[in-house]
Design a protein around this ligand. Structure first.
Ligand SMILES: Cc1ncc(COP(=O)(O)O)c(C=O)c1O
Length: 509
């Protein structure tokens, strides 16, 4: 055991030592790694150290440096040293976090870390907390509690009687909600076709007037209602007006769930305008967020928080004669998550919060936002580049982007000249901008200097940067901006007809 661990520690050390400087993208694609890893199922045992070494040899080229301070794709945090070490110990200790009797350590860590997270996010004291794999399962957890409560208020116990024959539940959600909301609703028996889409504005924020109209229609039939709001849109970082949404929804007896995978952490900012983005979140009924994004704990870690402990427990808890339950009925994690057996994730959350403290977390969040704003401001000065999620203007003293997300598009700065070289009749300026934006995105990530990802915003191709890593500094932003500037300058030449759009279906990287 110890020899295998020493081998793993050596590989871990080498990985971490090179993390800041190695190319961010993987050297090999999945098919190549598969070819290296694949083979016959071994007929018999092998030496553990040899297994670890062979595994590293086979998969090493397929590792993405997601913990690199130059990783700006999706929304992915790094790993704080204390959190990484605590997570390693959680695995070494092999704790099963289901029951307090099975792992008093895991249960106690969940209790403390959960309370600290709720306090930092400014949520009501006494919320119940479940530690999940990510926001996806935090949605499932919280929305199951929502389903339980709104149906109970309509005289139906869904935990006992199921959905068949239950009063229909109406779910309202913004048109720019995250895909995981739909997946969670589907898992809970709400067909995605039944979601009432509430119109959003140019930045993706739910429009209160549209919500009011939808809720009024709901009230006419007195249907149990759940409203799903968002704190931090994946592309723009924009926040729904949470205070207004909660007030409107509660007048109609609706449950409000907030998807705050990364955005809820704006609450800890030292900047009043950033904190204002999340104002009113505390009025909601449930919240989903991640540990593995802005809190910088290792994958995986999501957090579900619910104001109605009774509904939460009724929706989640499991019981059996062989369970040795907490005598006070408060400390068994199985009451708050869909799983029974699971990892002791909260140890890493505890370690992250203890190592940062309130001021360290505040600095992490504000540093990421300031760096994102710096990147946005410099990218906006490149030829043909537009910052699509700008909330300020470049002449004003305030920030250009509101949070830690940057959404840009690259258009052809000299379309008249280029069009003369491009014989394709259908390649209008918008289509050329789509092509250029995707080419620049692909070129930056392929270069290894920075990892960025693409998206489609309002029907047009765009590139996203998310600054969410504690280790990112101005130096890494300089490198990313330089890589993007090079790519903008390079592929900006007129595309030849044989150059295919690398992502013709609009699917980024
Ligand atoms: C707003 C939002 N909601 C939900 C999710 C899904 O989170 P997870 O990947 O932890 O399930 C994300 C991930 O980026 C997100 O940004």
């Amino acid at each position: 055991m110890r020899a295998a661990l020493r081998a793993a520690a050596g590989h871990a050390d080498a990985w971490l030592a090179g993390l800041a400087e190695r190319p961010v993208r993987p050297a090999h694609g999945a098919a190549e790694v598969l070819a290296r890893l694949d083979g016959r199922l071994p007929a018999g045992p092998s030496d553990p150290v040899a297994v670890v070494d062979a595994l590293v040899e086979a998969v090493g080229g397929g590792l993405t440096a997601t913990g690199s301070p130059r990783f700006f794709g999706y929304v992915v945090g790094g790993t704080l040293p204390a959190a990484l070490a605590a997570d390693l110990l959680a695995v070494v200790w092999d704790q099963n976090a289901a029951l307090a009797s099975l792992s008093p350590a895991a249960s106690a860590a969940e209790a403390v870390a959960g309370r600290w997270v709720a306090e930092l996010l400014g949520l009501p004291s006494g919320v119940s907390v479940g530690f999940t794999t990510g926001t996806q399962m935090a949605h499932v957890t919280a929305l199951a509690a929502a389903r339980q409560r709104v149906l109970a208020d309509a005289g139906w116990d869904v935990a006992a009687d199921g959905l068949t024959g239950a009063p229909p539940v109406r779910v309202l959600a913004g048109a720019d909600r995250h895909a995981t909301v739909d997946a969670a609703l589907r898992l809970l028996g709400f067909g995605t076709r039944t979601i009432v889409e509430v119109a959003t504005d140019a930045l993706g924020r739910m429009r209160p007037d549209a919500l009011r109209t939808a809720l009024t229609a709901t009230a006419a039939t007195q249907r149990p209602t759940i409203v799903v709001a968002q704190a931090g849109e994946i592309n723009t970082g924009a926040f729904d007006p949470l205070a207004e949404i909660c007030a409107l929804a509660h007048v109609h007896g609706a449950w409000v769930h907030v998807d705050g995978a990364f955005g809820l952490w704006a609450k800890v900012s030292a900047s009043a305008p950033r904190r204002a983005l999340v104002a009113g979140a505390e009025l909601a009924d449930s919240w989903a967020t991640d540990g593995h994004k802005w809190l910088n704990v290792p994958y995986d870690c999501g957090i579900a928080l619910v104001a109605d402990r009774t509904a939460h427990r009724r929706a989640m808890s499991a019981s059996a004669d062989y369970f040795v339950l907490d005598s006070a009925g408060q400390l068994d994690p199985v009451d708050w998550t869909p799983e029974f057996s699971r990892r002791a994730r909260a140890l890493a959350v505890y370690a992250a919060l203890r190592s940062l403290g309130r001021s360290g977390l505040r600095d992490l969040v504000d540093r990421c936002c300031d760096l994102a704003d710096d990147a946005a401001t410099r990218l906006a000065a490149l030829p043909g580049v537009t910052v699509l999620n700008a909330t300020g203007d470049r002449g004003s003293p305030g920030p250009l982007v509101a949070l830690n997300q940057v959404l840009i598009r690259v258009d052809d700065p000299s379309p008249a000249v280029d069009r003369a070289h491009d014989p394709r009749p259908a390649a209008g300026p918008a289509a050329r901008g789509d092509l250029l934006t995707r080419r620049v995105t692909a070129a930056v990530t392929a270069g290894g200097e920075a990892y960025v990802t693409g998206t489609v915003w309002r029907g047009r191709a765009a590139m996203r940067l998310s600054v969410s890593n504690w280790a990112t500094t101005r130096r890494e932003i300089d490198r990313a901006v330089a890589a993007i500037a090079d790519a903008v300058a390079g592929p900006a030449r007129p595309p030849r007809p044989r150059d295919a759009d690398p992502h013709p279906g609009g699917v980024p990287l």
